[in-house]
Design a binder for this molecule. Structure first.
Ligand code: FES
Length: 180
């Protein structure tokens, strides 16, 4: 694999949403916040595999709906996947779904960062996206969260892996990580 190099302008993920970037709280795949019963969740548009009620893995509470009440709000979390501890993120999509994915680049495994500033994405990664994205500072891959994490730029071969996600009693739960 090629030696990782630095972005032209290193994103600062320590500041808040007012400046565009967001390192935060926790993250998971997609369910609609409107699902009062929660188990209906798995937002089709967000591509959650299978019915949420058919979870095959242990579910863990990583956020509340209140944490994700605003479009593009995000919560970071870690989840155990076998022997590996995987960083993940939940993002509240503007349409009401919750996106949940691993913060690992599908190119070389670098940690992904959540970026909400279109200007920063454009300036740093030379990619234009209509909303927030997950970005990889190693080789500049960009994953467009308005298109279910589709690759918008860079060498990554596919979108980030997704976590199973559901909402129950106002809590957002994540389960199995789908690496397929
Ligand atoms: S590790 Fe190469 S683009 Fe992310």
């Amino acid at each position: 694999m090629a030696t990782p190099h630095r972005p032209r302008r290193s994103p600062d993920h320590r500041h808040d949403r007012s400046s565009g970037s967001l390192l935060k709280r926790s993250m998971a795949p997609c369910v609609t916040r409107r699902d009062a019963l929660g188990l209906i969740a798995a937002a089709t548009a967000a591509g959650v595999t299978g019915p949420a009620a058919a979870s095959t893995g242990a579910l863990r509470r990583v956020a509340t709906l209140a944490d994700l009440s605003q479009p593009w709000a995000a919560v970071a979390f870690t989840a155990q996947d076998g022997a590996e501890e995987v960083p993940g993120i939940l993002v509240a999509l503007p349409g009401g779904a919750i996106y949940a994915a691993a913060l690992l680049c599908t190119h070389g495994g670098c940690p992904l960062q959540y970026e909400t500033s279109a200007q920063t994405i454009s300036d740093t990664y030379d990619v234009t996206v209509p909303g927030a994205a997950l970005v990889c500072p190693c080789h500049f891959s960009v994953f467009d969260l308005t298109r279910d994490g589709a690759v918008a730029g860079g060498p990554a071969p596919r979108p980030p892996w997704r976590f199973e996600v559901m909402v129950r009693d106002g809590d957002v739960l994540v389960g199995r990580l789908d690496r397929s």
